[in-house]
Design a protein around this ligand. Sequence first.
Ligand code: ADP
Length: 192
Amino acid sequence: MLNIVLFGPPGSGKGTQSEHLIKQFELIHLSTGDILRVEIAAQTELGIEAQKKMDKGELVPDEVVISMISGIIERNKDAKGFIFDGFPRTIAQAESLDEMLSAHSTKVNLLIMLDVDEDEIKKRLILRGEKSGRGDDINIDIITNRINVYRLQTKPVSKYYKKQGKSFPINGMQTEEEVYSDIAHVMGKFVK
Ligand code: ADP
């Protein structure tokens, strides 16, 4: 399996770049944000609880997202690999992911880090909110909170993988095509 963590602050282009990756490589795209929004739309018990956190720009509890991911990995044992988008977002999630993958004799091969500065992120999220109506993208206080949560809880995950020599930084401030070209270049080291 080839397992990629697509990493970066909110609005750094993880979803957009995942779409390019899926087209080129036959990997399963696993976005915890998308899965949670499906649960919210269906108004499941999990979705209703998750929405309370997401509306404030806070993280959904680790146990909730870990069990979602674990189920999907179980159901896709024969996959060529996964693109993890928006997961892991805490060290506890990263440790669980490593355990889940090693139970299937596989691992995270690389983390692609999309670097985008905070002013640009704020602009992008507000614009995205205006277009999509996504609640957590409209309000500047919620956006600021998400950026703080990223800095405090999520950023350490990139160091966790950097220590393992698996982190590849990409300049996320370029055009969509330029960013993907850099990603494809890194992927070339892993896919022959
Ligand atoms: P973005 O990266 O643009 O913030 P996402 O769709 O990845 O968008 O996440 C939206 C929200 O969903 C997050 O602010 C958080 O509340 C929740 N969420 C998504 N993934 C996770 C996760 N792995 N752990 C905890 N909460 C998550």
